[in-house]
Write a protein that binds this ligand. Structure first.
Ligand code: 13P
Length: 259
């Protein structure tokens, strides 16, 4: 079985101002910027992307944007294009985050447009999927994840899949302190990997990194990342403190999934 390099993302959401964002970025780059054992992506808010990208430049740490618009240019007031982000050193785009789906109202169609545009532009993508609590209670977890994976990746080529990471983030676990049990998370990840094998083939399914997200912290990271199909995490609250985030990165390095 392929051994996938772990990938840990820090999604800072709408948090941290100027100096805080720069200081956190510097601490992450200082600690893991030279490591080839793990891929680390940090995603600050738009105003700090440029500064954080300068801090990360030349290191292994990649900088991601939390959103972008899929059109190249034009009359789209308030939106930011992919090439603008690339201009300032952004290499990764988050798409389909549950807060964009369920708070901002992004549809599967828009998530797909952004995913394809980012890949076509040469960016990496972290595509987020995950069920709401009532969907989980109704036994729909795998169906929701499958649908969001199929829609999100529609039109994405096999070659482009090398630049895709999928983050399984159960909505009820985000920012709540509730975490999926390692066994439940593993089952959801295995089901997503099966969808990838149906959409593409088994090699691509085995090579694609699947992150777990939702109240990951230093205390639970190692057990989650130790599951066969969990290849790292997408971290929110615990990514805002260097010590916590770096402990989580350490946990991912210590437990290569698929090994
Ligand atoms: P928390 O780690 O705060 O639950 O957030 C997870 C998340 O949404 C990362 O994208």
């Amino acid at each position: 079985m392929a051994i996938r390099k772990p990938h840990v993302g820090g999604n800072w959401k709408m948090n941290l101002h100027g100096n805080e964002a720069a200081a956190l970025a510097q601490a992450v780059v200082d600690a893991v910027g030279g490591s080839d054992a793990v891929d680390v992506t940090i995603c600050p808010a738009f105003p700090y992307l440029s500064q954080v990208a300068q801090i990360a430049a030349g290191s292994h740490v990649k900088v991601g944007a939390q959103d972008a618009y899929h059109e190249a240019n034009g009359a789209f007031t308030g939106e930011v294009s992919l090439s603008m982000l690339q201009d300032i050193g952004v290499e990764v785009l988050l798409t389909g985050h549950s807060e964009r789906r369920h708070v901002i109202g992004e549809t599967d169609v828009l998530v797909n447009a952004k995913t394809r545009a980012a890949l076509d532009a040469g960016l990496d993508v972290i595509l987020c999927v995950g069920e709401k609590e009532e969907q989980r209670d109704a036994g729909q977890t795998d169906a929701v994840n499958a649908a969001q994976t199929y829609y999100g990746l529609a039109g994405v080529s096999a070659d482009q899949m090398a630049r895709v990471t999928i983050a399984y983030e159960p909505v009820w676990a985000i920012g709540t302190g509730k975490t999926a049990t390692p066994a439940d998370a593993q089952n959801a990840h295995a089901a997503i990997r099966k969808v990838l094998s149906e959409m593409y083939d088994n090699n691509i399914a085995q090579a694609t990194r699947l992150q777990y997200g939702g109240s990951v912290k230093p205390a639970n990271a190692a057990e989650l990342f130790g599951q066969t199909d969990i290849d790292g995490g997408l971290i929110g609250g615990a990514a805002l403190k260097a010590d916590d985030f770096l402990a989580i990165v350490d946990a991912a390095v210590g437990t290569p999934a698929g090994a």
